[in-house]
Design a protein around this ligand. Sequence first.
Ligand SMILES: Cc1ncc(COP(=O)(O)O)c(C=O)c1O
Length: 414
Amino acid sequence: MSTKKDLFSYLAIYDENKDGESFIPLSMGAPGPEMLAGSSELLIKSTECLLKDPLEERYTFQYGPCRGDPGFCNEMAKFLSTEYGDSVSSEDIMVTAGATQGLHLVATVMFDKDTPIFIEDPTYFIGQKMLKDDLGMNVIAVPTDDDGINIECLEELLQKYKPDNKPNKSPFWSMIYTIPTFNNPKGHCMSPGRCEALVALSRKYDVLLFAEDVYNMLHYSGAKYCPRRLLSFDRRSDPDFKGNVLSNCTFSKILAPGLRIGWIEAPPRVLDPILNSKTSWSGGSFNHYTSKLMATALKEGLLQKHLELLRKEYGERMNIACNALTECLPDSVKCHNPNGGFFIWLKLPDQVDTLELLRMALTKYKVNFINGSSTSPSGSYQNYVRLSISFCDRKQIYNGVSKFCEAVKEVMEK
Ligand SMILES: Cc1ncc(COP(=O)(O)O)c(C=O)c1O
């Protein structure tokens, strides 16, 4: 069996394999079929509500404003203010076609090929490959510890790569790419102290701090608010505030990836060059129709209800996976229980090559995962594993994690 499959092959396997006996994909960071349940109803209701006014036709199916429909930006600002317990302005919101497009847009309209981009190591495995292989950026791996990006190492690298003259394309000469909340692949959240330090460094070297805030709303501890997003540490009341942080977000994890819609939240200094780009100008709003549906879903409270269900179910799955790991793994393998997001990050003994483990897990135990080195811009983390709780149902997660543990034990006994 190949180690590489696309989502559709997993869906076909999933449908044939409801008992979870033949193959269990723990690699997937997409919502599984059960987590998409309710999306049709939500979209039918929102569509009926939006299109019942015949006058809407001429606006909804027209090109939209680059920033996004004002109704969308207003509803998003209200929703985010409630979720974050913070005051979010509709003027800082821009619609995108998902987090991938948000990253691609920012990287291409603000930076040139070969620009040094500082990326935490490990990171979202496709994001770093996109920047390096598709866009020809100079990806610089920055070491992390349990709390996120290592500030001292980052500062040394910023000093090393800072050019004498800033290129003209944007207010920034470079970008730091980070996933501060329920990190992919590590599952942890950066502490407030680390967030402060990172924002201070981005101001000092005047680089863009690009935060992938993709999992923030999937928190499972019952807290009233999402963890504080990195953007909120770039306080406008600070004397040295310039506007250095961008929050890149998506509906893919809180509703449905097939909708291809997301948003960017950023202050004018960051947002204006993106809004004024020819890419935005040519097509207008990147997903006008769907953004109007999302605005309706938010106004009617439909998305908020859906989100409650997701938090409950994903929280249960996370507990099942972590309990199974604690029960079945040897004591030498440490497991932490993330209270949000999709991922569990495991360190296996140094001698275990998790690519080898993956081949064996696939052929003998019919379970997969993401091996550590593919998440690493420096090719490190060969003895680490990322497991995901998003795609498989509770029973499959229990079975899959148990099989994974069998595979680990076999490899460790060799
Ligand atoms: C950090 C990160 N960014 C972006 C994406 C893709 O998001 P979207 O579907 O909105 O393009 C993912 C999905 O796995 C992700 O984990």
